[in-house]
Design a protein around this ligand. Sequence first.
Ligand code: NDP
Length: 330
Amino acid sequence: IDTILFKSRPVGEPTLDNFEFTQEETAELKDGQLRVKAAYISVDPYLRGRMSAAKSYIPPFEVGKPLLSGMVAEVIESKNEGFKKGEFVSGMLPWKTEQVVATEGLQKVDPNLAPLSAYLGIIGMTGLTAYLGLHEIGKPKEGETLVVSGAAGAVGSVVGQIGKILGLRVIGIAGSDEKTAMLKSKFGFDATINYKTTENMQQAIAEAAPNGVDIYFDNVGGPISDAVLFNINRFARMIICGAISVYNNTEIPTGVAVQPFLVKNSALMQGFIVSNYAAKFPEVAKQLANWLQQEKLTYTETVVEGFKNTPQAFLDMMNGKNKGKMVVKV
Ligand code: NDP
């Protein structure tokens, strides 16, 4: 069995040296357990947080132990009545090509309802994040203006589409012309901004949002988010979902002070963690699956082939090489 261990904590940008490949023997299968074979592995920005020793909402990875993330796996042997050989499950699992697992925390997934990789993206964690962040904190109302950063990624591309379903004007910020073109042609965004080629972001946002910004879905933090602040409306809501632009920082990032903007506009800025809303997952996953079936929602993903390419896929996602959800097909 091939395994990927967390070899060392990155300082600044992670590299392949932070990962180590090993092999281990197959474990004995005990009553109640399953032997599963990895099918798809999710690589996500929050893994960068777990690579650091700092305290957060989930514990740091331990050096010398396998990394873990969302995975879809096939049951290849079962000693549990609830699961049959040939079925698929999803859950947070260590990066191993094969493993013996207890069934707690695993969900069955049906490859006939949606492609297996979709359970890691649009109808999985990132889709839930998009829906719940936008609804629970964004409280969208028809006709309002929504700005999404990280718009061409897994979460952002779904946020924008839900915004359109709800009748919002949607503006997406992403890191290449290819991505901004896709936001308009595939996902129906009204306006887009390439932050890498735009000199004055504050002005570009003002032009794209002539009525100001009512909701900001923030995936990136940093200077992009600073520029949005200058354009918020009274009673604006800002969903702080992620801050990927500063995840590799070794010093505390600085930026404009948010307080005057919040006071002046009676605006709300709130951090968001999807797991706080776990009670709503089944209902929201069903809604997302329905929209997908009705073709009101669509998605794209970047699929990297081969277990051994999992670390590189993670590094590439952090550098924006993905469109939509980045997954590894084992
Ligand atoms: P994405 O699919 O969006 O991939 C990451 C993207 O971030 C890249 O494609 C890249 O796109 C962009 N990016 C990288 N560096 C920068 C930078 N310096 N400035 C601006 N953009 C940058 O990942 P996810 O959709 O999985 O996650 C998006 C965000 O949501 C992350 O911040 C993540 O931590 C957060 N998240 C939070 C959850 C929660 O519960 N709070 C749950 C899930 C995700 P580009 O080419 O446009 O730069």
